[in-house]
Design a protein around this ligand. Structure first.
Ligand code: SF4
Ligand code: SF4
Length: 341
C-alpha cells in the first residue's frame, strides 16, 4: 500500500526519476494520468487511431486518454535522425525551442528503431509543430506497415573498423525509400540497419529485417611485431577462445585459417593494434531478424555472405526491392519477412 501518491514513490531514491523530469518539464497532465494508472493498475491511454499530418500516413504515434479533463492526448513524433546520429548543437537548440513551444518539452534520444522521438504533443499542435520542424529540415520517420526509419552506426566518421561508408549508404537508402517510409503499404514493418562491421553496434543481427553488415573477405591483417607486445598469456587465451578454433600460435607467430574464420571480430577487438580487418571490404547481408513476432524472436539468416557495397548501390537496392515485392505479394497482415520466409 502506498503511503504517498504512487507516482511520488517513483521519485524516491538516489537515482534519476523520469517523474521528476516530467514535472520539471511542466508536463503535469501526464503525471496525473500516470498516477491514476498506477492506482487503477491499468493504462488510461488508448491507441490514438489515425492522427497525423496531411500527406503523411506515418510518423505520429497516436495516444488519446480517457481522462480528457486532465490531458486529452499525448502523441509521439518519430523524426528521422541524421546519419550516424550526428546533430549540430545549433540545430538541436531549435528542435528544443519547437518542442518547448508546441509539445511537452520531453525528447527521447532515440527510439529503438533509431528515430529522434519527440514525446507528448496534443492533437491541435501536430500541424504547427511539424511545420516548424520541417523548416529545420527534419522529416517524419516510419510507423506501421512501412519501411521504418533506417539506422546506421557512425562508421567511418568515428570508427577504424568500418568496412563500408555506413553514413552515405544510410542517406542514399533513406532517400530511395522515403515514400515507403511515409506511406505504409507492406504487410508489416521492414527495418534496415547498417553496422560498419560485425561488432554490430546497431543490433542489426537481432533487430532488422534486412541487415547490411560491413565485412571483409580477405585475410585479417596481422602485425606480428606489435602482437608480441601483448602478454603471451593473453594471446594464448584469445587463440583458445576463437569460436571456430581457426587460430594457432607457435614459435611467437600467429596464424589464422581464414577459410574457417567467421569474422566474429573477437580477436580484432582484443588486439586492436596488431590485428586489423582485411582490405577487400564489402558487406554481409542478413534477412529476417526481429525481436518478437508471432512465432518468437529470430536472428537474421545469412542471405549473401559477401557483396561489394559501393555508391550508387544499384545491386543492393535491386535486392531489397525484389524481396519486398515478393513479401508484399505473399505476406499475411502483421507478418514480417522472416516469418513469411
Ligand atoms: S558497428 Fe563496427 S564500425 Fe560501426 S561503430 Fe561499431 S565497431 Fe565501429
Ligand atoms: S575473427 Fe573470430 S573466428 Fe576469426 S580468427 Fe578472430 S576470433 Fe577466430
Amino acid at each position: 500500500m502506498f503511503m504517498t501518491r504512487p507516482v511520488e514513490e517513483l521519485e524516491k531514491g538516489k537515482w534519476p526519476s523520469y517523474v521528476t523530469e516530467w514535472k520539471k518539464a511542466g508536463y503535469t497532465g501526464l503525471v496525473e494520468i500516470y498516477n491514476k494508472a498506477l492506482e487503477d493498475k491499468r493504462t488510461h491511454f488508448k491507441h490514438g487511431g489515425m492522427v497525423g499530418y496531411p500527406g503523411y500516413d506515418a510518423g505520429v504515434i497516436g495516444r488519446l486518454s480517457d481522462m480528457p479533463e486532465v490531458l486529452g492526448s499525448s502523441h509521439i513524433f518519430r523524426i528521422i535522425e541524421p546519419a550516424g546520429w550526428f546533430y549540430k548543437t545549433e540545430s538541436l537548440r531549435k528542435v528544443v525551442d519547437v518542442w518547448t513551444k508546441y509539445g511537452s518539452g520531453l525528447l527521447n534520444f532515440h527510439g529503438a528503431t533509431g528515430n529522434l522521438q519527440l514525446v507528448g504533443v496534443e492533437t491541435e499542435n501536430i500541424e504547427p509543430a511539424f511545420e516548424a520542424l520541417a523548416k529545420l529540415h527534419y522529416d517524419f520517420g516510419g510507423s506501421g506497415g512501412d519501411v521504418r526509419t533506417l539506422a546506421a552506426c557512425g562508421g567511418p566518421a568515428i570508427c577504424e573498423y568500418s568496412n563500408i561508408d555506413t553514413l552515405d549508404l544510410y542517406q542514399v537508402l533513406t532517400m530511395r525509400f522515403i515514400e515507403d517510409i511515409h506511406r505504409p503499404r507492406f504487410p508489416y514493418k521492414w527495418k534496415i540497419k547498417i553496422p560498419g562491421c560485425p561488432n554490430d553496434c546497431v543490433a542489426a543481427t537481432a533487430r532488422s529485417d534486412f541487415a547490411v553488415i560491413g565485412n571483409f573477405r580477405d585475410a585479417i591483417k596481422i602485425d606480428q611485431d606489435i602482437l608480441k607486445e601483448y602478454p603471451e598469456e593473453k594471446i594464448l587465451k584469445v587463440v583458445n577462445k576463437c569460436p571456430t578454433s581457426c587460430m594457432s600460435y607457435e614459435n611467437g607467430k600467429l596464424d589464422i585459417d581464414m577459410g574457417n574464420c567467421t569474422r566474429c571480430m573477437y580477436c580484432i577487438n582484443e588486439f586492436p593494434k596488431a590485428l586489423r580487418p582485411g582490405d577487400d571490404k564489402g558487406a554481409t547481408i542478413l534477412i529476417g531478424a526481429r525481436a518478437r513476432g508471432r512465432i518468437g524472436a529470430f536472428l537474421g539468416w545469412t542471405l549473401i555472405p559477401f557483396i561489394k557495397v559501393e555508391a550508387p548501390y544499384t545491386r543492393l537496392i535491386e535486392i531489397i526491392v525484389g524481396i519486398q515485392d515478393w513479401w508484399d505479394e505473399i505476406g499475411n497482415p502483421k507478418e514480417r519477412v522472416g516469418e513469411a520466409i
